[in-house]
Design a binder for this molecule. Structure first.
Ligand SMILES: [Zn+2]
Length: 256
């Protein structure tokens, strides 16, 4: 699908989205049948840590979900609205107020294994800001923004709030791998190929766009293979997470 020509100026989309439905009301019919259910799934080490906390510090685990993680959820909403708040109109794309709802869950469909994630439901239509008319949302732009902007903003915020509130440290568990919580060492035994699952609770399945996407996971696996080859050839190096972290610009910002 060709990209639509975007109308308006940068920042026009920085408005508060509308509420698609009240996700706190479990008795309601839930998201519209045609809503897109974007599922942001944390790196597995977050779930393993929360699983451990639930055994001993249940209160702290639940507080994390309702307070710190809600900052992560809010970031995905504001980034999506800013980067992808557009409706399609022929070959044009107009700034619009998206209609969204969110909910964070500790579990997927079973309560056996903690799988921290949140749903960001997106209505298929929205009101254009310039004329107030309802049009289909620019789904292609939303998909691109998720891949290029929103997913990395999600990970950055998750890293920041877990570091701040849970005192964890994030590093590469394997050369070239996506970051996981490595202190405490929740990464041990992880391969990066674990199934993060899909959740259809509590209103049954909608069209699901899982994050990270299969393409992102495949890219990450390929990057791991590339870096492993570079280390073998001696052109790259890697410090395991249980050893002192090599200095980065974050440690000595003035010298870079
Ligand atoms: Zn869920």
């Amino acid at each position: 699908m060709a990209r639509l020509a975007r109308m308006g100026r940068y920042g026009d989309t920085r408005v508060a989205p509308r509420v698609l439905f009240d996700a706190r009301d479990l008795a309601c019919p839930g998201p519209p049948a045609d809503a897109v259910d974007v599922q942001f799934r944390t790196p597995l080490s977050v779930s393993l840590l929360l699983d451990r906390m639930l055994d001993h510090h249940t209160e702290q685990a639940l507080t994390f979900l309702t307070e710190a993680y809600s900052e992560v959820v809010a970031k995905t909403v504001s980034e999506l609205q800013l980067a992808a708040g557009y409706v399609a109109d022929g070959s044009l794309s107009w700034p619009a107020r998206l209609e969204l709802a969110t909910d964070a869950h500790l579990f997927n469909n079973d309560e056996l294994h903690v799988r921290v994630h949140h749903h960001l439901w997106i209505g298929r239509t929205a009101l254009a800001l310039h004329d107030g008319l309802r049009r289909p949302v620019d789904l292609d732009g939303i998909q691109l923004s998720l891949a290029n902007v929103v997913w990395s903003a999600y990970l950055r915020t998750l890293d920041a709030v877990t570091t701040r509130d849970l005192g964890v440290d994030w590093r590469e568990p394997r050369p070239g791998a996506a970051l996981e919580i490595t202190a405490p060492p929740m990464h041990i035994g992880l391969t990066g190929r674990e199934d993060l699952g899909i959740c259809s609770q509590p209103w049954g399945p909608r069209e699901v766009w899982e994050q990270p996407t299969a393409a992102r996971l495949a890219f990450q696996a390929e990057q791991e293979r590339d870096v492993a080859r570079e280390i073998e050839r001696g052109v790259s190096s890697w410090v395991p997470p249980d050893q002192l972290r090599p200095l980065t610009y974050r440690d000595e910002p003035d010298s870079w």
